[in-house]
Ligand binder design. Structure first.
Ligand SMILES: *[C@@H]1O[C@H](CO)[C@@H](O)[C@H](O)[C@H]1NC(C)=O
Ligand SMILES: *[C@@H]1O[C@H](CO)[C@@H](O)[C@H](O)[C@H]1NC(C)=O
Length: 376
């Protein structure tokens, strides 16, 4: 059962078994309130799943701990920006050429990040490109020569390339720097927020070209490995494995109304028929969401249940209206129902999940946990 189904119980009177189409409608409603247009369908289980970046795991665990405290709402302290959604947007660009003729012994890789996965309502606060180069020298001689360096150039593609046109005419240099290569892998990060924002307009995203040119680690002069115009017979390096992701932090203002975070309220299990919060653990497996929700596996969502009898005591947190309604109900039970036992204080949880493009997303959702109930 989804939380939405449970909250509807007071109005239905009896909780009849839900029909399949009602369940689907409720699921759609819940997904929409979570800022999703539909149930994510990430690549099937037969394909290797994208690993959850360790930085995201760290942030998720930290968020879980912080939920016990009243922390700065809708701020991602790791990046110092406003936001409640952190996506690791996957690169979908292909390798253009490895050690090619067109670019003297350099490697060209197209980078493409689909930014249309952001809902229009979201405000993009940060887009940080992370490039990881996994580099293996072909021979031990390379290791003896000491640290190697590579010249990294990043171009934005401003127009789609027509067949036969010079591809270099359609690109603008964004950044160029030389980077010392580390033993196992080398990371490069850069802020691409403005560019990523421009990619959100439909039809404006042609991606980037990443160009890598190996340099000899000579402090005097960085020389390309292959001098002159002669084509390399044997490249000095095996092709590096290039992994790129765009960390996009955005704010969905609709998900940022209340300031509350989970207050580690422990709901006692005491038998009572009056309105109070009851313990309910929702397992994502039971809801059928285990294929796209990575963590947590479930959470203590709780629910409100019980009577709002006359006279309404103070502990039932009734509104003036509810107090009057119980009074009228006690006089005319046939025509006036009791007030409803509903959540009056809710708090948030964090979820880690795969979206439709197999990106890993960390999102904070408010109003997911019932802390307190009242008669309304
Ligand atoms: C980008 O993502 C959207 C939404 O998931 C999808 O409809 C679209 O086809 C994707 N575009 C590309 C070029 O992959
Ligand atoms: C009403 O609110 C108080 C605190 O404001 C809380 O302790 C109590 O449990 C609430 N009543 C119900 C029925 O949840």
């Amino acid at each position: 059962m989804t939380p939405v189904l449970l909250l509807a119980v007071c109005f239905l009177g009896v909780s009849a078994l839900p029909r399949a189409e009602d369940t689907n409608r409720q699921e759609q409603l819940l997904l929409r309130s979570l800022g999703l247009s539909g149930r994510p369908r990430p690549a099937g289980s037969h394909q290797p799943r994208r690993q959850v970046p360790s930085a995201l795991w760290r942030m998720f665990r930290r968020a879980e701990k912080l939920e016990a405290l009243e922390s700065q709402p809708c701020t991602v302290s790791e990046y110092g920006v406003r936001g409640n959604i952190i996506r690791y947007v996957q690169d979908q660009g292909r390798l253009v050429s490895g050690w090619s003729r067109s670019c003297q012994a350099c490697l060209e890789k197209h980078l493409f990040f689909n930014m249309s996965i952001l809902q229009p309502v979201e405000v993009l606060s940060l887009a940080q490109l992370e490039i990881k180069l996994h580099w293996k020298p072909l021979s031990p001689v390379q290791l003896l020569q000491g640290t190697q360096a590579v010249a990294v150039s990043l171009y934005k593609v401003v127009r789609s390339t027509l067949k036969g046109a010079n591809p270099k005419a359609n690109r603008r240099l964004v950044l160029s720097q030389s980077v010392q290569l580390q033993r196992e892998s080398t990371s490069i990060t850069m802020d691409l927020t403005a560019l990523a924002e421009s990619w959100r307009k439909p039809g404006s995203n042609y991606g980037l070209i990443l160009e890598l040119l190996p340099l000899r680690a000579d402090p005097e002069e960085f020389l390309p490995f292959y001098p002159g115009n002669s084509l390399p017979l044997q490249p000095a390096f095996a092709l590096p494995l290039v992994q790129a992701s765009l960390v996009a932090v955005s704010l969905n203002p609709n998900q940022c109304r209340s300031r509350r975070r989970r207050s580690a309220i422990h709901i006692p299990v005491t038998p009572s028929s009056v309105c109070k919060a009851r313990r309910l653990y929702i397992s994502f497996k039971d809801v059928g969401w285990q294929d796209w929700v990575i963590a947590p596996q479930g959470f203590m969502a709780n629910y409100c249940h019980g009577e709002c009898p006359f006279p309404l005591s103070e502990s039932l947190n009734g509104t003036n209206h509810a107090i009057l309604q119980t009074l009228v109900h006690s006089l005319d039970p046939e025509n006036t129902p009791q007030p409803c036992c509903v959540p009056i204080r809710l708090s948030s949880i964090s979820m880690l999940y795969y979206d439709n493009n197999d990106n890993v997303v960390l999102q904070h959702y408010q109003d997911m946990v019932v802390d307190e109930c009242g008669c309304r």
